[in-house]
Design a protein around this ligand. Structure first.
Ligand SMILES: NC(=O)c1ccc[n+]([C@@H]2O[C@H](COP(=O)([O-])OP(=O)(O)OC[C@H]3O[C@@H](n4cnc5c(N)ncnc54)[C@H](O)[C@@H]3O)[C@@H](O)[C@H]2O)c1
Length: 259
């Protein structure tokens, strides 16, 4: 208990599978959480559940991470409601269309780039001042194993997640060079059981177990991940336990990329 006691985290895409797991875990370990999502009802429902057990620890905001004005509003509100900001988790993201290069569209690329990549730049930009002011800031960018290894049909997802991987290092080095105590690291999960896998379940005719079994085939541990597998990594990076860790990438992949 208390690994992030007194800290204040903004988590984007907090109503989704990974966001919910991170939020619950950070609160269990003592942090206040600002839960932002396009899905305001989802963020509110999560905040209510958390506050029922830990009163006053969670706040919900409607947030389109592709919009700069939303970032300004949400960061301002989160800082005000929580009394500061020490952790930013850029978690909101969408899958691509699963189209191969020849069939893919500019519209699909621009949409996925805006949600998965431009949002990370906007978050780092607009949260930096309060993160610096906290005296010990941590940025955790949720990339993917798909940012380190390519797969057919994953073009724009691969490209955006690879860009998040390297951009995180740029931000880490800028903060270090400036002498700010703000760290930045990226997290790279393989398939984790959340709604983002729904297209794969649809491809398996709606048979979830079958889809998960297919997705697990290439993974040495022979299973796909649970949201808490990622949340534990975020907890470590958000805490001062990782105070000498910056510009690094963390693979949560059941051994996939060890092969
Ligand atoms: N689950 C996996 O298998 C997996 C693997 C690797 C990486 N990831 C990454 O983890 C992150 C979280 O994914 P998840 O698995 O929880 O998916 P999810 O679909 O359960 O949740 C994503 C959340 O992001 C929100 N969102 C979408 N567009 C948004 C926007 N423009 N502004 C604000 N919020 C928006 C959605 O409303 C949703 O609540 C994503 O960046 C995803 O790419 C997931």
């Amino acid at each position: 208990m208390g690994r992030v006691a007194g800290k204040a985290a903004l988590i984007t895409g907090a109503a989704g599978g990974l966001g919910q797991a991170m939020a619950r875990m950070l609160v269990r370990e003592g942090a206040r959480v600002a839960l932002s999502d396009l899905d305001l009802n989802g963020a509110r429902a999560l905040a209510e559940t958390i506050n029922a057990e830990h009163p006053g620890m969670a706040f919900a905001y409607e947030h389109d991470v592709t919009r700069e004005d939303d970032w300004v509003r949400v960061v301002g509100a989160a800082v005000q409601d929580m009394g500061g900001l020490s952790i930013l988790v850029n978690n909101a993201g969408i899958g691509g269309s699963l189209l191969w290069a020849e069939q893919d569209t500019l519209e699909n690329w621009r949409k996925v780039q805006a949600v998965n990549l431009e949002s990370v730049m906007l978050g780092c930009k607009h949260a930096m001042a309060p993160l610096r002011a906290s005296g010990a800031g941590s940025i955790v960018n949720i990339s993917s194993i798909a940012g380190l290894a390519a797969a057919p049909g994953m073009g724009v997802y691969n490209a955006t997640k690879a860009a998040v991987w390297l951009y995180t290092k740029t931000v880490a080095l800028e903060c270090a060079k400036a002498g700010w105590n703000v760290r930045a690291n990226s997290v790279h999960p393989v398939f984790i059981k959340t709604p983002i896998l729904d297209p794969f379940i649809a491809m398996a005719g709606g048979d979830e177990a079958n889809a998960h079994e297919k997705l697990a085939r290439g993974i040495p541990l022979k299973r796909i991940g649970e949201p808490d597998d990622v949340a534990y990594c975020v907890l470590y990076l958000a805490s001062d336990e990782s105070k000498f860790v910056t510009g690094a990438e963390f693979k949560i992949d059941g051994g996939l990329t060890a092969q």
